[in-house]
Design a protein around this ligand. Structure first.
Ligand SMILES: CC(C)(COP(=O)(O)OP(=O)(O)OC[C@H]1O[C@@H](n2cnc3c(N)ncnc32)[C@H](O)[C@@H]1OP(=O)(O)O)[C@@H](O)C(=O)NCCC(=O)NCCS
Length: 183
């Protein structure tokens, strides 16, 4: 077990998952607006399995896709953080920065605020040389976050874990090096 890393931004805590996060997480994973660029919405069981996996990875490594808590209300609003993709991707091995927020928390700058902190942890505390991010080509909201973070587009690839019949296989890759982050 590694030392737990938990961080705060102006409006959010990025922390280890708690049992109480599971219900709001399942609600957001069942929301078709949140899951528009994923193959399907998730059942409660599927959602709980992801929460368990995130919690376990943070337990093991100290970092991961953290639960994002809105400080003003202590509400769980989704996840933001760093992750080693389980799929073998054309640019593996890599660490990605990723996010998923409940719909009512979109449009407030919260994903970008949290992701900036995740990048800081990745480059400064973990000593990563590069962090990537990727999403279905049509997911312009997510791509806008990547661009706001100063990540550079590096073309498209087919995500091997996304079924072909979904029309979501084609992904866009963004990269950020430690040197460009510092600049
Ligand atoms: C991707 C996702 C996290 C983006 O959320 P978001 O709220 O659009 O992103 P940001 O946190 O960067 O917020 C930016 C918006 O907040 C607005 N904003 C409002 N107050 C702000 C503030 N104080 N600071 C910064 N921006 C602010 C910006 O103007 C911008 O609005 P716009 O979209 O109308 O231009 C969200 O759409 C989501 O969870 N989607 C579903 C899951 C998903 O697809 N994840 C990615 C898969 S790889």
């Amino acid at each position: 077990m590694a030392e737990l890393i938990e961080v705060e931004t102006e409006r959010l805590c990025l922390r280890q998952w708690r049992r109480a996060d599971r219900t709001p997480f399942a609600v957001m994973n069942a929301d078709p607006r949140v899951m528009e660029y994923f193959p399907a919405t998730l059942t409660r069981t599927e959602s709980d399995a992801i929460a368990d996996r995130c919690q376990l990875l943070i337990e093991e490594r100290g970092w991961g896709f953290w639960a994002a808590e809105y400080k003003a209300t202590h509400e769980f609003i989704g996840f933001v953080g760093l992750h080693t993709p389980s799929a073998e991707l054309p640019f593996s091995p890599c660490v990605e920065v990723g996010w998923r927020l409940a719909f009512s928390y979109w449009g407030k700058g919260l994903a970008t605020e949290a992701a900036k902190e995740a990048l800081r942890v990745g480059f400064h505390s973990l000593g990563l040389k590069e962090i990537v991010s990727f999403t279905a080509v049509g997911n312009l909201r997510s791509r806008a976050v990547m661009e706001r973070l100063g990540m550079r587009g590096d073309g498209t690839f087919e995500h091997p874990h996304v079924p072909e019949n979904t029309g979501l296989r084609q992904h866009f890759l963004y990269r950020l090096s430690r040197a460009n982050h510092a600049a």
